[in-house]
Design a protein around this ligand. Structure first.
Ligand code: SF4
Length: 440
């Protein structure tokens, strides 16, 4: 079906690209396009000339632990968001610098672009427009989360030639090879068959992001994890050790994990013991599950130098906790914090996520959640609710057929009642001030 003798003659150079983010606000919390990095590494290892570009690698100001602000330029707010009366930005490398880079690279035969938030699609449109200007004959293929959750919308984007949905690497590679009319000799039967990400794609690197597992067995109705990843997949401890051995050469101190259920890896204790032998500082920006933070796990986290810890909590009301998936209750949060403090963490070093602006969480309940957590002395992070298309709640609160995906932006606070908005804003200000005070 795919004649091997001349496939390399037909495709030589592939440009893989993480596009601009367009939003009211964006902060780089060790954000790396992991799926695109895996695909880029596989293609590079298969003999293609891969040119990788992450347009978000354009930092601004001081960075701490390999995270921080990203360079941004104010752009015109899209019509669907004009009512917000807030400044809207394009985050990442300046247009001129992007153009200079494109002028200096080998002409690609194929361009693979990834996507994340559904409301960031204007960044994809602009990236694709400029790419087509420079490389009119190269097909642009879009994959990633937005392409999976809103495939029909993505297919209508100007200058995007193909859309690949889903996250099965075998299927993605098959699609890419069909579009490119070449063959890739690669078959993934398990997580360990994926190559270790080649971080030399980054010319400047101050942190690495990785995952030990994919998926989450809980079914919180607002979360995309259960619909994006049907089954849980785990890297073996042998693979993880090999991976961390290979990370040493990059000379970075900070490594972040983007697992949805980091502590649910069946070999988590062995993993944490193994990680304690590496010279890295570790970060868990995604909320971990409080129920698994036992005394032993807390000690292992502390001994392995886990520095950023965030726990998923969402709300203090017991019946809402059950309705929102039942992953946590107040007793579990208190026990987890007790164990972490006993292990050596200060309460102010631990962050806890709560849900703000959720249609089922009245502002009084949010206030109670904040007061419960501030009594415990932990840092509070309000995750503003956004309906994710395809999730049980997303299908209730977002009309995929009629509404622009821009309306899924979590900054819009669309579900806060008008008479609660003032109080909601005051609570956000309180949290900002409180976090500043406990940080000292
Ligand atoms: S526990 Fe966390 S990752 Fe799992 S479904 Fe719920 S919100 Fe998503």
């Amino acid at each position: 079906m795919y004649p091997k003798k001349n496939w390399k003659n037909r495709i030589k150079t592939i440009l893989t690209i993480n596009p601009w983010v367009t939003d009211f606000a964006f902060y780089d919390l060790w954000f790396k396009p992991l799926g695109l990095l895996y695909i880029s590494t596989i293609l590079k290892n298969s003999g293609f000339n891969v040119r990788f570009m992450d347009l978000l690698q354009s930092h601004k100001g001081k960075r701490k632990y390999g995270k921080g602000k990203v360079l941004h330029t104010e752009i015109e707010t899209p019509d669907a968001l004009k009512w917000m009366e807030r400044k809207y930005y394009q985050y990442g490398i300046a247009d001129d610098n992007f153009r200079k880079k494109l002028e200096n690279i080998e002409k690609p035969d194929l361009i693979l672009m990834t996507s994340f938030m559904t409301y960031w699609y204007p960044g994809i449109v602009k990236t694709a427009e400029i790419l087509k200007e420079y490389f009119p004959h190269a097909k642009i293929v879009l994959g990633g989360i937005y392409a999976t959750l809103m495939t029909d919308h993505a297919k209508k984007l100007k200058n995007v030639d193909y859309v690949i949905s889903g996250n099965d690497y075998n299927e993605i590679l098959l699609e890419i090879s069909k579009i490119g009319d070449f063959k890739i000799d690669f078959k993934i039967n398990g997580f360990d068959d994926l190559p270790i990400i080649d971080y030399s794609f980054y010319s400047e690197l101050d942190s690495i992001t990785t995952i030990n597992s994919i998926g989450c067995p809980f079914h919180c109705p607002y979360c995309a994890a259960p619909i994006l990843y049907g089954n849980q997949l785990y890297k073996s401890i042998e693979y993880i050790k090999k991976e961390f051995d290979s990370f040493i050469k990059y000379n970075v101190k900070d490594i972040a994990f983007y697992d949805d259920a980091f502590l649910m890896h069946p070999a988590i204790k062995d993993i944490l013991k193994a990680l304690s032998h590496y010279p890295f500082r570790f970060h868990l920006p995604n909320g971990i599950h409080a129920r698994f933070v036992t005394e032993e796990i807390a000690e292992l986290l502390f001994n392995a130098n886990f520095t950023t810890l965030r726990i998923g909590y969402e709300v203090s009301d017991a019946s809402l906790q059950k309705e929102l998936g039942g992953k946590v209750n107040n007793r579990m949060i208190i026990a987890a914090l007790t164990n972490l403090k006993r292990a050596g963490y200060k309460a102010s070093e631990i962050g806890v996520y709560i849900l703000g602006g959720h249609p089922k969480i009245p502002v009084e309940v949010l206030e109670h959640s904040i007061s419960f957590l501030s009594d415990l002395g932990v840092r509070i992070y309000i995750s503003e609710y956004s309906p994710v298309p395809g999730t049980p709640e997303g299908d209730i609160y977002y009309d995929k057929l009629r509404e622009d995906p821009l309306l899924t932006n979590n900054s819009l606070m669309r579900f806060i009642k008008e008479n609660e908005m003032d109080k909601y804003r005051k609570l956000k200000n309180f949290v900002r001030k409180y976090n500043g005070e406990i940080a000292g």
